[in-house]
Ligand binder design. Structure first.
Ligand code: HEM
Length: 117
């Protein structure tokens, strides 16, 4: 499940940047990319939830990890939706970077799967 989770967010990250660049080029494909990206949001949340179910008693840090994961997804969604409306996205880019760093750190610190830090 760890691999499915990592694959899901790596693919989502790539799709996100593709969607951002399509949007900047005013391509009509940007919306389609955004819909596919939303499907991956669900896969990330689904695989993350299954990882949570795999442990009997969930330590608080796992809840923090899950919430920050949802924060990353929220920031990506806000960037794309606001950019489509021509609104400023700076605040959400900052949130995206901060939340992404926290979630990577927490993910790889927590004991399941790979233990990088
Ligand atoms: C874009 C969003 C997300 C990113 C970048 C992300 C990233 C990661 C990473 C790097 C790991 C560590 C994998 C490993 O140890 O090999 C991980 C594990 C995990 N993630 Fe996520 N995640 C995201 C969203 C979520 C969400 C939404 C949830 C919950 C619904 C979630 C729940 C978990 C759980 C429970 C683990 C296992 C922790 C452990 O290693 O012990 N993640 N995630």
């Amino acid at each position: 499940m760890t691999h499915a989770h990592i694959t899901a967010w790596v693919v989502a990250l790539i799709l996100f940047f593709v969607a951002v660049s399509l949007q900047r080029g005013n391509s009509p494909k940007a919306r389609m990319m955004q819909m596919i990206l939303r499907l991956f949001y669900l896969i990330i949340i689904g695989t993350g939830a299954l990882l949570l179910y795999s442990i009997a008693t969930i330590p608080p840090l796992y809840i923090v990890k899950a919430l920050v994961g949802i924060w990353v997804i929220g920031a990506m969604e806000m960037i794309l939706v606001r950019a489509a409306k021509g609104k400023s996205t700076n605040v959400f880019w900052i949130q995206f970077v901060i939340a992404f760093i926290i979630v990577l750190y927490l993910g790889f610190t927590l004991p399941l799967g790979f233990d990088l830090f």
